[in-house]
Write a protein that binds this ligand. Structure first.
Ligand code: TXA
Ligand code: MG
Length: 364
């Protein structure tokens, strides 16, 4: 039976409320909190019941493992094996990138409940750099398991109100913070012994930077999980189904030259929001949409002149707000021009393709 929860307690990020949030975590409750990437939905990573509640609150399938957050390097001994901690690649990545938007997947201590790891021998761990997140983890005194604080498959939250819209009534408390700085989730890198490092999910650390840091240690391969895994087949990484991060309004990644064809495939489509990587590409896509007979309700550039950091930080917020304006209209859609995949652009393009894949699954 699902427990009925009242509205989440909202707590300003002051010392007293951090202590209160930490007490909720320690007794097995759920607290959403800001990090520099997206808001997380936190519970005690060492308490299997708390971990189960996270899956329940998100509506997330249990084959999708959770990231465990610790505050300091010294705390890594509570999650990784001694052998994993001796891996020079872990040291190189941690020295350069922690605290920050990087998750490392490596051999787990047996004490981390299997549910956190989806039964795998490895655990994903991150040291966030957001001060509220670190203060919460320190005050709780336990590693905190935290997926992004959204319902499964929907858009990730970059602002406190995004969290409440999706999870109010399903969590105990929300620690308030500003809009998140990075705006896309952490990059996830797997370090298995005897094989090169693998980028499982592009994110807040550019692949180019990971390549440079790992070059002396055999480099890093990019598992491009954009290609949909055949159903039933083992996924290259758990939890990485192609469809993800989707707004409720259908989203299509489309170049200006492809809009006319899209229109003939989707005759019900009438009103669209247009999103592009910069002003010029946005204008070109909006013009193509009008030429194809569509009404352009709004057109927005992710940044005026292709500033990836700015685009990443506003990506989810923009999609949340367009979705709020259009969701429910049967004839509405979101047209997004392809995003270039250099630097942080790789994570942006990845999220857009997953949002579009969710739509293909609904159309199919
Ligand atoms: O920035 C972030 O990473 C945010 C904030 C809250 O830290 N968290 C986040 O968590 O995005 P989530 O649950 O939405 O994404 C976790 C993903 C999994 O879907 C999986 O792809 C990968 O991280 N992952 C985690 N643990 C893993 C493991 N043991 N093995 C392989 N992949 C793992
Ligand atoms: Mg997520």
């Amino acid at each position: 039976m699902e427990t009925e929860r009242l509205h989440a307690e909202t707590l300003a990020a002051a010392a007293a409320s951090i202590d209160r949030a930490a007490a909720i975590i320690r007794r097995g409750g759920l607290v959403a909190f800001p990090t520099e990437t997206v808001y997380g939905l936190g519970g005690d990573a060492t308490n299997p019941l708390a971990v189960a509640r996270i899956f329940e609150a998100k509506g997330r399938p249990t084959f999708d493992p959770l990231i465990v957050h610790v505050a300091d390097r010294a705390d890594l001994v509570r999650v990784f094996t001694t052998e994993a901690l001796r891996d020079p690649r872990l040291t190189a990545l941690a020295d350069a990138l922690w605290p920050g938007p990087l998750t490392i997947v490596a051999a787990s201590l047996a004490e981390i409940p299997g549910l956190v790891r989806a039964g795998l021998p490895n655990v994903g761990v991150r040291i966030p750099r957001h001060e509220t997140a670190r203060a919460l983890i320190r005050a709780a005194g336990v590693p905190i398991a935290a997926p992004s604080a959204n319902r499964f498959g929907l858009l990730s939250p970059t602002r406190a109100d995004h969290v409440l819209n999706q999870l109010d009534g399903r969590i105990d408390a929300l620690l308030l913070g500003e809009a998140t700085e990075v705006g896309v989730e952490s990059s996830v890198v797997a370090l298995a012994s005897d094989t090169p490092a693998v980028l499982l999910r592009p994110g807040g650390v550019p692949l180019e930077q990971l390549r440079e840091l790992l070059a002396p240690y055999g480099g890093v391969e990019h598992a491009d999980r954009r290609a949909p895994a055949p159903s039933g087949a083992a996924l290259p990484a758990p939890g990485m189904t192609a469809a993800h991060y989707a707004p409720r309004t259908p989203l299509y990644v489309v170049a200006p030259g492809e809009v006319a064809l899209l229109r003939t495939k989707l005759p019900h489509l009438q009103r669209v929001a247009v999103v592009g990587p910069d002003d010029a590409a946005t204008k070109a896509l909006a013009e193509a949409a009008r030429a194809a007979g569509l009404t352009v309700a709004q057109s927005v550039a992710l940044s005026p002149t292709l500033d990836h950091a700015r685009a990443a930080s506003r990506l989810f917020d923009l999609l949340h707000s367009i979705d709020g304006a259009l969701a429910g209209e049967r004839s509405a859609g979101i047209l997004v021009a392809p995003y270039p995949s250099d630097g942080l652009g790789l994570a942006i393009a990845d999220r857009l393709h997953r949002a579009a894949a969710a739509q293909h699954e609904r159309d199919a």
